[in-house]
Design a protein around this ligand. Structure first.
Ligand SMILES: NC(=O)c1ccc[n+]([C@@H]2O[C@H](COP(=O)([O-])OP(=O)(O)OC[C@H]3O[C@@H](n4cnc5c(N)ncnc54)[C@H](OP(=O)(O)O)[C@@H]3O)[C@@H](O)[C@H]2O)c1
Length: 279
């Protein structure tokens, strides 16, 4: 840990709970790598205290903060301005405090697309099937739709899928029970449900029905290799795990607060993956 000067820039991650967050590890790695006079700290902010806490951080000279569950929607109301992605997604995960103003952005879609690019996957090469309609799915659908990709959503609660689809052009909905059958019509499938995550159920998807060129992406990163990705490898399909999205979504905030666009590479991946494997 470098010694801080009186000029050090400070940011953090606000959530409740926040102890599980890997963001301090990611930003701490980059701060050390680039020798930056700065710190990134966990900020356990209880529901009901979000507004006060953020105004306090801004008043105390923080550079900004990442926002996680349960505050991502509430953060919208706090912003003086928001980027296009935050508008499209309706949630904010990155705040920048500057010149007395609060700027909000949503970097989840950026992280998702940057991770696909890292794996040489063109997100708009063909139709994408997104499983899920929660917060993560919303970011994925928005980021694909803005690139002009054709998107299909399948979600357990169809009403939630319909509500999401109506917000973007070129997005349709299929019944959750048809998710395996429609695989053959898609070149990318994204698991944006919480299925496959440790402690949750497994995602039931028959990859035997897919096109041989299908790319299988999972947003879940605990465990790093989900049963879905294992099955996809078994079928000889290309896979993209969820860790890269987590790492890339952190980049815009780091650049805004600390002045360097940081690199996502194998060394960082291993550093964070070792922590994930440790539980
Ligand atoms: N890699 C990353 O950087 C990153 C970023 C964000 C999130 N994530 C991961 O993405 C996943 C989803 O996160 P989220 O924030 O979108 O959660 P969320 O808002 O709570 O949404 C959960 C989604 O999972 C579905 N689901 C839950 N249990 C189900 C079940 N038993 N059967 C079928 N569908 C089920 C829900 O369907 P209903 O609508 O029917 O309830 C909903 O679509 C989590 O595993 C999270 O860790 C990863």
């Amino acid at each position: 840990m470098p010694i801080l000067s009186g000029m050090a820039r400070v940011a953090g991650i606000a959530g409740w709970p926040v102890a599980h967050s890997r963001s301090p590890r990611v930003h701490g790695f980059w701060l050390r790598r680039y020798g930056i006079d700065g710190a990134y700290v966990p900020l356990p902010v209880r529901p009901g205290h979000f507004d006060t806490a953020m105004q306090g951080l801004a008043a105390a000279g923080f550079s900004g903060a990442n926002i996680t569950i349960p505050h991502k929607l509430e953060a919208v109301a706090l912003c003086d301005e928001m980027d296009d992605a935050a508008h499209r997604i309706g949630a904010v995960n990155t705040l920048v405090f500057k010149d007395g103003r609060i700027k909000g952005s949503n970097t989840d879609g950026f992280g998702f697309i940057a991770n696909l690019h890292d794996h040489q996957v063109d997100p708009a090469a063909g139709p994408a099937l997104v499983l899920g309609a929660g917060g993560a799915a919303r970011a994925v659908v928005a980021s694909l739709a803005v690139l002009g990709a054709r998107v299909t959503i399948a979600n357990r609660s169809s009403a939630r899928a319909e509500a999401l689809a109506t917000q973007f052009s070129g997005v349709r909905v299929v019944a959750w029970d048809l998710r395996s059958e429609v695989l053959r019509d898609h070149s990318l499938v994204v698991n944006a449900t919480s299925l496959g995550m440790s402690g949750h159920g497994e995602l039931d998807l028959n990859l035997g029905l897919s096109h041989p060129a299908l790319v299988v992406a999972d947003l879940v990163y605990v465990p790093l290799e989900t049963a879905l990705l294992r099955a996809a490898r078994h079928h000889g399909l290309r896979v993209v795990d969820g860790l890269g999205m987590l790492l890339h979504q952190a980049r815009p905030g780091f650049e805004a607060w600390f002045g360097v666009d940081p690199t996502v590479d194998q060394e960082l991946r291993h550093f964070v993956a070792a922590d994930l494997a440790g539980g």
